[in-house]
Design a binder for this molecule. Structure first.
Ligand SMILES: [Mn+2]
Length: 197
């Protein structure tokens, strides 16, 4: 049984296609027109061991906001689709990832309810290439809203903006992988006493 998701999203601001295979091998083909964001989505696929295709054409003549946000929305939707009925998965996952001087701690519950808690250093370079660093929280909000997961992301310390953002995507990738992977002891079992996730 394959666990794949596909979302196509078209508005006057952006056209987005996202495909994800949760049981992939980290094969990534991403192009959003925002170099640093491509680099982050590459981390997500690689460290999540997801096969991930992202094609976004957005209104970059305005700025990168819609392009980044709408891609995150589609990614969240595709991830939720791929999770399917959530039978036999671990459900919870966490990972702490350092990147030189920066540290990210990510905890996830594939709960069916959207909730984000996010903290990162307030002082950070405002831009990384065309990537506005205030967009990281907006990406996580958008992803969480569509994926319907509880996500806690904390960067207790860090100095370099590139490192601060990248360690969050790496830890997110690994936490999502652990939570979505099949638990060999739980085959056929839904990880909820409520009977629904
Ligand atoms: Mn927005």
């Amino acid at each position: 049984m394959s666990r794949v998701g596909r979302v196509e999203r078209n508005t006057k601001e952006t056209s987005v296609v996202v495909e994800i295979d949760l049981d992939g091998s980290g094969k990534v083909d991403v192009s959003t027109g925002v170099g640093f964001y491509d680099h982050m989505l590459d981390q997500l696929g690689r460290h999540g061991l997801f096969d991930l295709t992202v094609k976004t054409e957005g209104d970059l003549h305005i700025d990168s906001h819609h392009t980044i946000e709408d891609t995150a929305l589609a990614l969240g939707g595709a991830f939720k689709q791929a999770l399917g009925d959530k039978v036999g998965i671990y459900r919870f996952g966490n990972c702490t990832v350092p990147l030189d001087e920066s540290l990210a701690q990510v905890t996830v519950d594939l709960s069916g309810r959207p909730y984000l808690v996010h903290t990162e250093p307030e002082k950070m370079a405002p831009m990384i290439g065309e990537y506005d660093t205030t967009m990281t929280r907006h990406i996580l909000e958008s992803f969480v809203a569509q994926a319907q997961i509880a996500l806690h992301v904390h960067v207790p310390y860090g100095r370099n903006a590139h490192h601060i953002v990248e360690c969050q995507f790496k830890a997110l990738a690994r936490a999502l992988r652990y939570a979505s992977e099949r638990d060999p002891r739980a085959a056929g079992i839904l990880p909820s006493t409520k009977g629904a996730l």
